[in-house]
Design a binder for this molecule. Structure first.
Ligand code: AMP
Length: 283
């Protein structure tokens, strides 16, 4: 596996399958890399902790950076190359102007639907959309894989690429692939942030996946939301949202006649955890 740090080296890998990450790789990332390798295209894993998607007071400075272990995991999962872009490559005018430019970007509607990530992390998806657009522009991949673990992010990126097909066609022929959420044996969704959890908090964190499981018994979205809230509260989690939404636009729904998604964000001390599942997975 190659380790790429310049745009000249990157240009030799056009039409690759790109797996964008912020490093601190775990088996969830590993599964995306294996899916990418299985496409048969050269597999490029980008590792970049993107400052523009972190808000003031969020964990950008303490975000885990584990490059050597990341390179080992990516190589073991079949990556052709790890691309470690510099801040200058992604943001030639500097991070401060990049932050300002991100806020000017036109975002798909799904990025700002009320009551979800945008309420808790205003500006987050502007930073995500900005860095992903930059990665696509520079790497010119044939496909890119994103995890369902970050479901709203996945829908934002799918929408960006779809709307471009009908509009400016900025990334012609780019396919977005989905990777299922990888969980610990007890159900906790793997996350780079799980390493912040103390031993005492670890069982509490299970409240998220348990909430998704109990909500399957509900006949109506409102009941599912109530059941999720009760489970999260009984685990001592501070709820940011526990919502049932339509699976595409993430708008509120009154019934389960269309594909729906259960979406949760909750805090445990200073750790913010998210999880989600299709509403119909257990039906
Ligand atoms: P991150 O490094 O957290 O920005 O994540 C990079 C990619 O890995 C994103 O597409 C995430 O959705 C995906 N990802 C993170 N955790 C998991 C998981 N547990 N299972 C599958 N994919 C994941």
């Amino acid at each position: 596996m190659r380790c790429i740090t310049t745009l000249a080296e990157l240009s030799a890998l056009e039409s690759a399958c790109l797996v964008p990450t912020m490093g601190a790789l775990h088996e969830g990332h590993g599964s995306l890399i294996r899916l990418a390798a299985a496409t048969g295209a050269p597999t490029v894993v980008s590792i970049f902790v993107n400052p523009t998607q972190f808000g003031p007071g969020e964990d950008f400075d303490r975000y885990p950076r584990t490059l050597e272990a990341d390179l080992d995991l990516a190589s073991a999962c079949g990556a052709t190359a790890c691309w470690i872009p510099s801040v200058e490559d992604l943001y030639p005018r500097g991070v401060d102007s990049a932050r300002a430019e991100a806020l000017e970007m036109a975002l798909p509607q799904v990025a700002t639907c009320p009551g979800l990530e945008d309420r808790c992390r205003p500006g987050h998806f502007a930073g995500v959309a900005q860095v992903v657009a930059r990665l696509f522009d520079l790497a010119r991949p044939g496909s890119a894989i994103f995890g369902e673990k970050d479901y709203q992010q996945l829908r934002v990126i799918e929408s960006m690429v779809e709307s471009d097909r009908s509009g400016e066609n900025r990334w012609p022929n780019l396919r977005i692939l989905r990777g299922p959420t990888v969980r610990e044996p007890d159900g906790l969704a793997m996350s780079s942030r799980n390493r912040y959890l103390s031993e005492a908090e670890r069982p509490q964190a299970l409240g998220l996946s348990k909430a998704l499981q109990v909500a399957h018994a509900a006949q109506r979205p409102a009941t599912a939301e109530q059941l999720m809230r009760e489970t999260l509260e009984s685990h001592g989690l501070a709820i940011e949202y526990a919502a049932v939404r339509d699976a595409d636009g993430l708008q509120p729904i009154e019934d389960f006649r269309r594909p729906a998604r259960l979406l949760i964000a909750a805090r445990l001390g200073s750790v913010r955890l998210i999880d989600n599942a299709p509403a119909t997975i257990w039906r």
